[in-house]
Design a protein around this ligand. Structure first.
Ligand code: NAP
Length: 248
């Protein structure tokens, strides 16, 4: 990963931040994107304090102009993007019968359209530069039924697995590989409110053979592998990182 230019969306905290820190440790030049300026800056400062190289760019990945402006800034500074991790995500809860249209749109716009906009914008440049790697952070919710009150989230993450397949098919001609990583329940802000629910926790533990929730660091190894030449014949695939969670 030494000197690779790596853009990780939504990497101010959680899984994205863990991925950004790992790339920083491996010598990559890391672009921390987030919609939150405070966490974006704090994450890039942490990478630099650990001896890595990083900049932070605040942008809403669901906004085409913002994505293109972010990309322009990266090209101005580094001249290319070698790796794109589409990680930014939101997970509102609510039943289909009461869900607000805004919540549906926001979820699909950030989780799915955001990955499309970033892949399109960065993909055009990767095509010109002769190749690259994209990893989409989907979810086990995108691969199996069984996530109550999260229809928009499940739809977005299922869509992201499909988008990964089609993006890989189209981009293969340009030496760009595209894969999806599908985490199980990982300990981050996104799951903090769920982890306070004892009944929910008990149910999860029964379903996870390794009998623990994941840490953000549990996801990084697979992401690094998929971005390295060790996986050069792998594209269009989705891989679970979930402690062996039983699909129900
Ligand atoms: P998280 O802690 O909530 O972090 C998500 C980050 O994305 C936050 O910093 C958030 O900013 C940022 N973000 C939200 N909307 C954005 C936008 N429009 N543009 C740019 N950044 C934006 O979540 P996480 O648990 O680390 O999740 C990371 C990814 O993994 C998500 O795609 C999620 O769906 C997926 N995932 C998570 C789990 C899990 O159990 N945690 C499981 C499966 C998949 P704010 O601070 O403003 O919210």
């Amino acid at each position: 990963m030494k000197d690779k230019i790596v853009l990780i969306t939504g990497s101010g905290r959680g899984i994205g931040k863990a991925i950004a820190l790992r790339f920083g440790q491996l010598g990559a030049k890391v672009i921390v994107n987030d919609i939150n300026p405070d966490t974006a800056e704090a994450a890039s400062t942490e990478i630099k304090k650990a001896g890595g190289e990083a900049i932070n760019i605040v942008a809403d990945v669901s906004n085409k102009l913002a994505v293109q402006t972010m990309h322009y800034e990266i090209i101005e500074k580094f001249g290319r993007v070698d790796v794109l991790i589409n990680n930014a995500g939101v997970e509102p809860t609510g039943s289909i019968l009461t869900m607000d249209e805004w919540a549906w749109d926001r979820t699909l716009n950030v989780n799915l359209k955001g990955a499309f906009l970033c892949s399109q914008t960065v993909g055009r440049a990767m095509k010109e530069q002769g190749g690259g790697v994209i990893v989409n952070i989907s979810s086990i919710a995108g691969r199996a039924a069984g996530l109550r009150d999260r229809a928009a989230y499940v739809a977005s993450k299922t869509g992201l697995v499909g988008f990964t397949r089609e993006c890989a098919r189209e981009f293969a001609a340009y030496n760009i590989r595209v894969n999806a990583v599908c985490p199980g329940v990982i300990i981050t802000e996104m799951t903090s409110h769920l982890r306070q629910n004892e009944t929910q926790m008990k149910k999860w533990m029964e379903d996870i053979p390794q009998a623990r929730l994941g840490e953000p660091d549990d996801v990084t190894g697979l992401v690094i592998f998929l971005c390295s030449d060790e996986s050069k014949y792998i594209t269009g695939q989705a891989f679970n990182v979930d402690g062996g969670k039983v699909m129900s």
